[in-house]
Design a protein around this ligand. Structure first.
Ligand code: NDP
Length: 508
């Protein structure tokens, strides 16, 4: 058997790595070279049953553990994640193709931040309920109780971050989790489970099953699962939510988007271009909140395009571990084919004007290894003079493809028209405005149909900030105080102390 860069990844339950009963394996591929880097054991249905049963056994004790004690364990995991940041970031880089400059500063860091946030929140009363004196002889209190065994199903673009954004509030609230990573980026999952165990998490509280969509579907529909937290495409989310509805399970759905970025006429061009580039080329465009519809006032178009073309030179492809590289390949061959299909459609069918990039293979820096030439590299691409009916401006591409949409400002109602165009999509994940007029910024943001909005910036998502989509982009939020509520159910109790029961059935 060929030896790979990483050891074989197994399933994880009962506090340890477990071999699959199916004996089936699949491979993880380094997208920058197209070469296999690890074999992964895939879960069979009995394996998923075993992981759920391990979580069920752990739940009574973990849910009864005081929040401060749970918090101490989770904070130890935070410390380990930070100590091992670079090693974990390199695994993410090899698995996803994202440059190390990104994974070492964002992926593990923001995952650990959220774990720290929820550990601190539950230790400082974040799970407390309310108390109300209804009348002198009666009071009412509410309590928040954990849901039970929850499923976490992750996408491939931010693997360890997604695993942490799901498991952090889940475990802090006293639930147990069975987590399924994407089959394209599974390397982090067993390692994260081992870190939790090293930190003192009891066996069965965090478990991992690997595999493709069928494993996710079986997990989500399992009667032992109380809640499904899902990150992925709208179409998959619809299936998962439908299957969860049968069992009246709680769901959180973090789905796709086609987000608008509105540049108002008074915006600083330089800043607007920086924002538009972050909103399209960070993570090679594989970010759910990408602002791929960039609305630019006609009178600014020339200056915007000129500045953009100058700054496109700062997008640097190359060895994904190099400190110079800030743009990696796409995650997989299948995704590469999809994104190239959209770029070709933009040129051949939509008839959009190609300002930069295109479908040809990009040039890699001189001296790049031969292996890199086999990776799933695409050129960062900009279409300009687009209109709203083009397919590239309507559908989520999930790659580095920016659509510049010019707009006229002659009409007094131009802002209304602009907001209407921005909202003209079935999705509503994110939106942003660039302007030097703060009143306009707030007025426009208030009318944008999106769950996550930015003013004069794009993309930052700190632990304190709840994030979630409107319309087809999802249900519920992750992070922030509101994110914890998604992992508990409420109980209200009314206590009568007056010594008699108010009854409609007294003797006449
Ligand atoms: P997919 O919907 O293809 O897959 C997401 C996860 O669901 C994977 O683990 C997948 O398994 C699993 N899965 C597939 N079919 C089923 C099923 N029937 N039942 C249960 N699980 C299933 O999404 P991608 O992985 O392609 O991720 C990209 C998408 O994720 C984009 O649309 C992006 O916008 C969105 N996203 C949203 C975020 C948000 O916070 N709103 C954040 C990040 C991404 P497998 O892949 O192994 O087949």
């Amino acid at each position: 058997m060929a030896s790979h860069l990483y050891s074989k990844r197994l399933l994880y339950y009962d506090g340890q790595a477990q071999s699959t009963r199916s004996r089936q394996t699949f491979r993880s591929i380094d997208p920058s070279t197209g070469s296999p880097i690890a074999d992964i054991e895939a879960a069979s249905q009995p394996d998923v049953d075993a992981a759920i049963s391990s979580a069920e056994s752990a739940f009574p004790s973990w849910s009864a553990t005081p929040p401060t004690a749970r918090s101490r364990i989770l904070l130890r995991a935070v410390a380990i994640l930070r100590e091992r940041n670079n090693e974990l970031a390199e695994i993410e880089t090899r698995d996803t193709g994202k440059p190390f400059t990104e994974t070492s500063t964002v992926d593990v860091v923001t995952g650990a931040d959220v774990l720290e946030y929820y550990a601190n929140l539950v230790a400082s009363g974040g799970l407390n309920g309310e108390t109300t004196q209804v009348r002198p002889d009666a009071w009412m209190y509410t309590t928040k109780t954990p849901l039970g065994v929850c499923a976490g199903i992750g996408a491939w673009n931010y693997p360890i971050q997604i695993a942490l954004w799901k498991s952090a509030p889940c475990l802090a609230a006293g639930n147990c989790m069975v987590y399924k990573p994407s089959e394209f980026t599974p390397l982090h999952a067993q390692t994260l489970a081992e870190i939790y165990t090293e930190a003192g998490l009891p066996a069965g509280v965090f478990n991992v099953v690997n595999g493709a969509g069928d494993v996710g579907a079986y997990l989500a529909a399992h009667p032992g699962i109380a809640k499904v937290s899902f990150t992925g495409q709208v179409s998959t989310g619809q299936k998962v939510a439908a299957s969860a509805a049968g069992g009246m399970k709680y769901v959180t759905m973090e789905l796709g988007g086609k987000s608008p970025l509105l540049i108002l006429p008074d915006a600083d061009v330089d800043q607007a271009v920086d924002g538009a580039m972050m909103a399209n080329f960070f993570s090679t465009g594989q970010v759910c909140t990408n602002g791929t519809r960039v609305f630019v006032p006609e009178q600014m178009l020339e200056a915007f395009e000129k500045t953009l073309l100058e700054k496109m030179q700062y997008v640097r492809l190359g060895d994904v571990m190099s400190e110079k590289t800030n743009f990696g390949p796409l995650v997989s061959k299948v995704h590469y084919d999809k994104v190239l299909g959209y770029i070709r459609h933009g040129i051949d069918v939509d008839g959009a004007k190609l300002l930069y990039g295109g479908p040809e293979k990009p040039e890699l820096p001189e001296g790049s290894s031969v292996e890199l030439k086999n990776g799933y590299w695409v050129k960062p691409t900009v279409f300009t003079s687009c209109n709203d009916s083009m397919r590239i401006a309507r559908e989520e591409i999930f790659g580095p493809v920016m659509c510049v949409l010019p707009y006229a400002t002659a009409s007094p109602s131009y802002l209304d028209d602009l907001v209407a165009r921005a909202n003209d999509t079935p999705m509503g994940l994110a939106a942003g405005v660039f302007t030097s007029n703060l009143s306009d910024a707030h007025k426009v943001v208030a009318r944008l149909q999106a769950g996550i909005t930015w003013v004069n910036t794009w993309g930052e998502s700190p632990a304190e900030m709840p994030v979630g989509g409107w319309k087809l982009s999802g249900l519920g939020v992750e992070n922030g105080r509101r994110g914890l509520e998604a992992w508990v159910r409420d109980k209200s109790t009314l206590v009568e102390m007056g010594g008699s029961v108010a009854s409609a059935f007294a003797k006449l």
